[in-house]
Design a protein around this ligand. Sequence first.
Ligand code: ATP
Ligand code: LTN
Length: 333
Amino acid sequence: MENEKKTLLSGIQPSGELHLGNYLGAIKNWAQLSDQFDCYWFMADLHTITVRQVPADLRRRTLTQIATYIACGLDPERNTIFVQSHVPAHAQLAWVLQCYTMFGELSRMTQFKDKSAKHADNINAGLFTYPSLMAADILLYQPDFVPVGADQKQHVEICRDIANRFNGVYGEVFKVPEPYIPKTGARVMSLNQPDTKMSKSLPEGCVFLLEKPEDILRKFKRAVTDSDRDNPVRYDPENKPGVANLMQIYAAVTGKSLPDIEREFAGQGYGAFKPAVGEAVVETLRPIREETERLLADKAYLESVYRAGAERASRVAGRTLSKVYKKVGFLAP
Ligand code: ATP
Ligand code: LTN
């Protein structure tokens, strides 16, 4: 029964091209959840402008992200896929929630501290109140779980605090959600700096989902390993972080276990191992890239997906927003 399913919601900012970390750590898992859950996946474009963007690039990346979500297996018939700025209730509830978010709480957010250090010339109010908007994104849909990477846990926690504070004053308006942090594929590391997570801000060590096969192979061939010659392909994250990361990636894309991988490459060096991982990644990403390109050529279809998504999302979000407006005492229009 549709309405007995628990609800899930998550978003990714269209602030860069999607990469293997986003896929293995987030989107691939999302695709497996839509049978069990009622799922909302959105492009967090309102959040993206907290950092300066080139408008045409933001537009192109938002559309590409929708196509890639679908190409990665998120079925628009069974998932609500939408663009945050298409559902005005996000901005509307965010304002209300800002009035229930404390200056001190916002000042403690790690992401605010990191991003203001990185963009010292543009420490804008949106960057500061980002968590109130993220709380609105979540609470509008009353989800049970919010699947996010470990870095976003603090934002889900402040969302819970805001929801509890509001409920404390007005009664049970919001469902208080739980973060849902994946165990596997949780952290894909950079290929050339295996002590840092793979991220678009380190492009040389980052494999983008739509990248050309030859570029992907080149990045894997250059991946940082170590000088172990006796028994090189062995899972030892502490002493061999580069190799452990490559093994984790190979395991994630082939479904093989770590001991099987050790057996497969026993007696072989990195000259055999690194290209094998690269090839396996290329083959995993090939259908995703081809399907994304095919979808991007069919703008009418993509439009129909995000319009239907925004309509469905607006219905649910509108109900929560009306309730909130009534509770805080706004005169009905
Ligand atoms: P930035 O480069 O600004 O740090 P990002 O590339 O890490 O951004 P996000 O938009 O922060 O991407 O993340 C979107 C989703 O992908 C989140 O759920 C996040 O946890 C997941 N994710 C991002 N990078 C990785 C990674 N290296 N390993 C596993 N999951 C990741
Ligand atoms: N802050 C998240 C993106 C995001 C999000 C959300 C995730 C915005 N709103 C709501 C889950 C739920 C990020 O930067 N990865």
